[in-house]
Design a protein. Structure first.
Length: 409
């Protein structure tokens, strides 16, 4: 039990370290600013799409009120009024003006994708038709899904049998109170699975979505309590207090979303929960080069996830850092997809040259895992070297000092 707690503690320590190292604090600021610009276009698109379907026509304002009531603390009430006015004015714009607003909404999605790709260490971003289709799908399907969930829940609760049963069991109230959390989980899961330009396992995206939704709910209650008991912003800004409070809430929301993304990534690639054995950094590089060499003989590349899944062990160096080093040393390269291949002829690369290229020290024989065939081959190559080093370095430090009579000139 203690060992399990220690492993989970190490896991979350890694997540927090990556969260700050990846600059999520600053990325949240950029996303907050972009969100503020894109909020009116997003609301305009949502209302327009819902109005295009007769079954959802009356739900546009209901959905907006629901979002502000359940996903924005009480300070957003004034902001909601202004946004409603902005949306009504924006609906009277010309086609060029509406297209400009849509570009702003797409810019938000592009910024989100860049942030997520940085977390997942994805170098290739979506371009052209693929990017347009993904962004357009998010913009159009999100309001439809929310509207459909409202329509279905309203219809079911209106049926006499279900309505009477729900009232008797208290199910109706439970559904209403749990709907915001369920929608938050679904939204975060879709973000973590669909936005990064790489494969993300659905189960890890779901876990990240659940954790982010829990943190979101806790932050919402904490934020509301802070506004109620510590009215600092109202004392300083007066009637304008809602604006900085709303910006602060957007910033906190993006911090939570990016933390959930880091958690999802960590669940995908973290190895601390597998075994207590740690793989030496040089042996790690050697193994991955061997796996890529094997794959290349079959005419294929390997993704980072495929490389990680080759070994049931924990690493001295995080997988993404190891791959960054192999790329920096021009030993591997990234293909057009999410695969990696060798970019250097290993038959012309000596073990000595590999040691000089990589920043890792050579492993001791005890550091290598003899049950792994590649570690065993590396141990066979290093055994004569370490035997010679033991002989050559067997003299004491004083013996070295006293060479040539201890003279230094």
């Amino acid at each position: 039990m203690i060992n399990l707690l220690r492993q989970w503690g190490y896991f979350f320590k890694c997540i927090f370290v990556r969260f700050f190292r990846d600059g999520c604090i600053y990325r949240s600021s950029a996303l907050t600013f972009t969100s503020l610009l894109a909020m009116v276009p997003l609301m305009l698109v949502s209302v327009s799409i819902l109005s295009a379907f007769p079954v959802f026509k009356s739900l546009g304002e209901t959905v907006q009120n629901f979002v502000f009531a359940n996903f924005v603390p009480s300070a957003g009430e004034v902001v909601k009024t202004y946004l409603h006015q902005f949306v009504q004015q924006a609906s009277q714009l010309s086609l060029v003006g509406i297209l400009f607003l849509l570009v702003t909404a797409v810019l938000l999605l592009f910024t989100i994708e860049q942030s997520f790709n940085a977390i997942w260490r994805v170098r290739k971003h979506r371009k052209g038709v693929a990017a347009f289709m993904m962004y357009w799908a998010v913009l159009t399907l999100s309001p439809i899904l929310i509207g459909a969930s409202f329509a279905v829940s309203t219809y079911l609760l209106s049926l006499p049998l279900i309505s009477d049963t729900a009232q008797h069991l208290g199910f109706g109230k439970l559904l209403l109170t749990s709907t915001p959390y369920i929608l938050a989980v679904i939204t975060f899961t879709i973000l973590y699975v669909a936005i990064p330009n790489c494969y993300v396992p659905l189960r890890y995206g779901f876990i990240g979505g659940v954790v982010a939704a829990i943190l979101f709910e806790c932050a919402k209650y904490g934020f509301t309590a802070y506004i109620k008991f510590f009215p600092t912003y109202e004392l300083v800004y007066g009637a304008l207090a809602s604006i900085p409070l709303f910006l602060l809430w957007l910033y906190v929301s993006w911090l939570i979303i990016l933390f959930g993304a880091e958690l999802t990534y960590g669940l995908t690639f973290h190895r601390a929960l597998r075994t207590d054995t740690r793989l030496h950094a040089f042996a790690h590089s050697f193994r991955w080069l061997a796996y890529l060499w094997q794959a290349q003989t079959d005419g294929r590349g390997l993704s980072l996830r495929q490389l990680v899944n080759q070994d049931l062990t924990n690493y001295d160096v995080a997988p993404d850092e190891q791959m960054e080093m192999l790329l920096k040393c021009h030993l591997v390269q990234h293909t057009n997809g999410s695969k990696y291949v060798l970019c250097r002829d290993l038959s012309a690369l000596s073990l000595r040259e590999l040691y000089k290229i990589l920043p890792w020290k050579l492993p001791e024989l005890d550091d290598l895992q003899q049950d792994n065939p590649w570690d065993k081959k590396l141990a066979q190559a290093l055994t004569p070297l370490q035997s010679n080093m033991a002989d050559e370095l067997g003299m004491t430090v004083v013996d070295v000092f006293q060479q040539d009579g201890g003279k230094t000139t």
